[in-house]
Design a protein around this ligand. Structure first.
Ligand code: GLV
Ligand code: MN
Ligand code: MN
Length: 413
């Protein structure tokens, strides 16, 4: 092996201690003390790898290894170190640490590249805190708008306020953006979070495209009342409406071959056992690799929800949290990964689609993007049970190492 799988593993376990929960899971939200601690640990790893380290205006932590041509565009790699509530040690963290490991190995072997390579630990990929994700990668793509910073967390703190609290200056966000000709390609290693590789009995795969998430917030408002004294036929109960809408969402989504729908948050007001709720709010996460299918599904759900809420004499409001287009992998990055697989002793890497969203989605209309997946045990992710073996993480990192060399050694700008 050209990379050091043990060092990678030790770092992964050490990073997983920050924000560790009793369940064995990890909670690290953006712009919090845990995230700051995680970033300073990762900054230390970057320095140990011989990289020059800085934080950009969006809070992205960047480690850079110079190439031999000072004018050449940069090859980007990395992932995120924030987590979902009670998430795993691998989602995001593995991609950042694998990239550092690949560059540290190059440094130790005194391998030079023409293009510089930057590892980025992106700010808030998950969207767990503000219901709005990929904040750091949007900033690098130059698509993060000042109005996006108005999204608020459960304590009503906005992204802008949270940034200021950790001494970031939102008015300087544009400085984090990279110009189109500054970047050669982006490649990210990530755990699969599904069962395809396990079913193939393969440790590593190459991603053909990433399904696009649409996040909406449904608010249904009715009339509060007494749970015992109000006959069923005169209620304006928003939860009755919501129950029908949820049933429709699940049944309709199953009619599409690749669509998935999740209602992960559900909240009633005022929240008393013996009170008919006055309002219900729930989130909808709708995804498909085929954007046209997702559009059709979205409008069918909206239409059904409107009719149902009317029937229950309740008022419906659907707010948009984020709409991200599906992102196909660039043929040249996919090809570099396949070649790298061969160099790492893995001929014929299996191809698969990513159901989960990733930072690279923000770049795919601007730069060539590709991803390497590492097998997930039982396909479990966003859970304390998330796991990939040390050997598989090492194999994936070996492929990443060769991919970065392929991309950074070419003589094109
Ligand atoms: C990130 O993990 C996402 O796909 O929501
Ligand atoms: Mn992730
Ligand atoms: Mn995730």
């Amino acid at each position: 092996m050209v990379i050091n799988a043990e060092r990678l593993w030790d770092r992964l376990m050490e990073l997983g201690e920050i924000g560790a929960q009793e369940s064995g899971g990890v909670t690290r939200y953006s712009f919090t003390e845990e995230e700051r601690q995680a970033k300073s640990l990762v900054a230390r790893y970057m320095s140990e790898a011989g990289l020059s380290v800085h934080e950009d205006a969006a809070g992205n932590l960047i480690g850079r290894r110079e190439g031999t041509d000072p004018q050449a565009s940069v090859v980007l790699t990395g992932s995120h170190i924030d987590t979902v509530p009670d998430g795993g040690k691998f989602d995001g963290a593995l991609g950042v640490l694998a990239a550092i490991e690949a560059l540290q190995s190059m440094e130790e072997q005194q391998v030079q590249t023409v293009h510089p390579i930057e590892v980025i630990a992106f700010t808030d990929e998950e969207g767990s805190r503000f219901g709005f994700g990929m904040i750091g990668s949007r900033a690098v793509a130059g698509t993060l708008r000042q109005e996006d910073l108005k999204h608020r967390d459960a304590d009503q703190i906005s992204i802008e306020e949270a940034m200021r609290a950790v001494k970031l200056e939102p008015e300087r966000l544009h400085e984090a953006a990279k110009a189109p000709d500054q970047v050669k390609a982006y490649v990210e290693l990530h755990i699969e979070q599904g069962k395809v590789l396990e079913n193939f009995n393969e440790p590593v795969g190459v991603v053909t495209g990433i399904a696009g998430p649409l996040w909406q917030q449904f608010t249904i408002t009715g009339q509060a009342g007494h749970a015992g004294a109000t006959p069923m036929n005169i209620r304006r109960d928003p939860v009755q409406a919501a129950a029908e809408v949820l049933n429709f969402i699940y049944a309709e989504t199953k009619k599409f071959p690749n669509a998935v729908a999740t209602v992960g948050k559900f909240h009633t007001l005022p929240g008393g056992i013996n009170v008919i709720p006055s309002q219900v709010q729930f989130s909808l996460d709708l995804r498909d690799i085929d954007e046209a299918d997702r559009d059709v599904l979205e409008s069918r759900i909206r239409e059904y929800a409107e009719q149902t809420c009317l029937k229950h004499q309740t008022v419906l409001e659907i707010g948009l949290l984020q709409r991200v287009a599906p992102a196909p992998s660039a043929p040249e990055v996919k090809e570099a990964i396949v070649q790298a697989g061969t160099l790492a002793g893995r001929s014929q890497l299996p191809e698969l689609v990513s159901g989960a969203g990733h930072d690279g989605m923000q770049f795919s209309s601007k730069w060539p993007v590709g991803m390497i997946f590492v097998r997930s045990e039982e396909g479990i992710s966003h859970s304390p049970k998330e796991w990939s073996s040390q050997a598989d993480c090492g194999q994936g990192t070996e492929v990443l190492y060769h991919t970065l060399l392929q991309l950074a050694q070419g003589d094109t700008r």
